[in-house]
Design a protein around this ligand. Structure first.
Ligand code: DCP
Length: 470
């Protein structure tokens, strides 16, 4: 029996790695929103720039910082005023706004442009607004057969600038990287990575020339290692992880840097077992980890400590869900049902717009509506933070229906959150306030499926249908 009980659906799944080595890349755009704004306002190119949130308190919270601004110590944790103190010449651009909240369409579309280019060479999974996994095994294998690295006469400048984990470069790094890429005695897996590095260098060059965006990449034999590597050298660089360097890379790696160990599982490892790095995990046998965390999670942890990860690149360029949310920090928190109702209507309208766009562009519909909220209960003068339960129901199309359903979900969640609460409307003139504060609401539409039939409908039919419950 496992000692630590964890919520199953949130646990990573242990998948074995395929026998044949794969070539996987993780590509991450550099200071993404800042680059999008620098492209939109060319006068900002090369200048310290940051994108600030919609809320303008103390100059707004920074959400993206250009690398020119980072040289002055400007960080994402700062607000505009603090950033200006560190870098008086910084250009602060406010995120676009619609419906009184941040509108990310500009950035989402820019991410799609990049995805379309990266997908030219293999299976492409859009992992977030500015991150993509690529499985380029086939392209790398074909290149190894037709044009092996040791026969390359000239080497792509971008490929030569690669970093190779575990390769000591005392002299001219590009010469040593060139030797590594073209070694005659290299094992086949390293030769595949060399071909992968050449392909990714070409794709990154294409992204730069076609979109003006720079990106960084990690190239390895699995998703976990590729993701770790893409952030090692930024901006506009790429990093290769040969199998021989994996253990060295992981030994001192803090566990919270590994995807899926940043949350409760990572916290348990640290607090209960004193595990701080992936290297610390090596002392536990697979059987011991299975005893502690269950069969699946135990095996996943054992493999993760050794850099083994069988997750597949999903071949998905479209998002798995749509969401629309807003936070109401401190004094802006919502204090009654009518304020919540107002914001639920605004968010429902934005969500419906995105659902319409998905039908229009991709012939897809979503089937599940979920409401998440941050809520604080205050009793006897003290604020108690408790987790507000998320609630879901079948999604009905049309902004009014979404708003009605979301309001019902909110009230249902509130009753679970605080069973003794009286939700009936306050009498006119009553000064009694609700014993809760809402600090954030988000509506999401998921369980998205294709609707091939819609492709053949006229736009008039389509607009009728979007107003109808599906
Ligand atoms: N973002 C946001 N709020 C956050 C973090 C990020 O709105 N708390 C947005 C702005 C970022 C984009 O997401 O530009 C991508 O986030 P990343 O974490 O990938 O960071 P950047 O791309 O900005 O910088 P880096 O070059 O370090 O990846």
């Amino acid at each position: 029996m496992c000692v630590f009980v964890l919520e199953k659906r949130r646990m990573p799944v242990a998948r074995p790695e395929p026998v044949e080595a794969r070539v996987i890349a993780h590509v991450d755009l550099d200071c993404f929103y800042a680059q999008v704004e620098q492209r939109r306002h060319p006068e900002l190119r090369g200048k310290p720039t940051a994108v600030v949130q919609y809320n303008s308190w103390k100059g707004g919270a920074l959400i993206a910082v250009s690398y020119e601004a980072r040289k002055f110590g400007v960080k994402r944790s700062m607000r505009g005023e603090e950033a200006r103190k560190a870098c008086p010449d910084i250009h602060l651009v406010q995120v676009p706004v619609a419906h009184d909240k941040a509108d990310l369409k500009l950035y989402r579309d820019a991410g799609s442009e990049v995805c379309a280019i990266l997908a030219r060479m293999g299976k492409c999974e859009r992992a977030s607004i500015d991150e993509v996994y690529l499985d380029i095994t086939e392209a790398a294998t074909a290149r190894l057969i037709q044009d092996p690295p040791q026969c390359w006469v000239s080497l792509d400048k971008e490929a030569l600038k690669s970093h190779v984990v575990g390769l000591a470069t005392d002299g001219d790094a590009t010469v040593e990287v060139g030797h590594w890429l073209q070694r005659k005695d290299a094992e086949q897996n390293d030769q595949l990575l060399a071909c992968g590095a050449a392909i990714i260098a070409e794709l990154r060059t294409a992204v730069l020339s076609e979109t003006q965006f720079t990106c960084s990449a990690g190239i390895a034999h699995n998703k976990m290692l590729a993701k770790l590597a893409s952030g090692m050298h930024k901006p506009a660089q790429q990093t290769i992880v040969p199998s021989s360097a994996v253990q060295g890379l992981l030994t001192d790696l803090p566990i919270n840097k590994i995807g899926q160990l940043g949350g409760k599982l990572g916290h348990l490892l640290e607090v209960e077992l004193g595990v701080k790095t992936a290297g610390d995990l090596l002392q536990f046998s697979e059987a011991k980890l299975q005893d502690l965390f269950g069969m699946n999670t135990g095996t996943w942890l054992w493999r993760t400590a050794r850099g083994i990860n069988g997750d597949e690149v999903q071949g998905r360029m479209l998002p798995k869900s749509h969401s629309s949310g807003k936070t109401f920090p401190g004094p802006k928190s919502l204090k009654d049902l009518s304020a919540v109702g107002h914001w639920v209507r605004e968010l429902a309208e934005v969500l419906q717009e995105r659902l319409d766009m998905d039908i229009e562009q991709n012939n897809r519909i979503a089937r599940l509506l979920t409401l998440h909220a941050g809520c604080h209960l205050h009793s006897s003068g003290a604020d108690h933070a408790r987790k507000f339960p998320s609630q879901s129901c079948a999604l009905r199309y049309g902004k009014e229906k979404i708003a009605d359903d979301a309001n019902r979900l909110f009230e249902k969640a509130l009753r679970k959150f605080c069973p003794t609460l009286n939700l009936s409307p306050r009498k006119k003139g009553s000064t009694a306030s609700f014993p809760w504060r809402v600090t954030g609401i988000s509506l999401s539409a998921s369980n998205i499926v294709a609707t091939p039939m819609l492709k053949w409908e006229s736009s008039a039919e389509k607009s009728t249908r979007t107003g109808v419950c599906i």
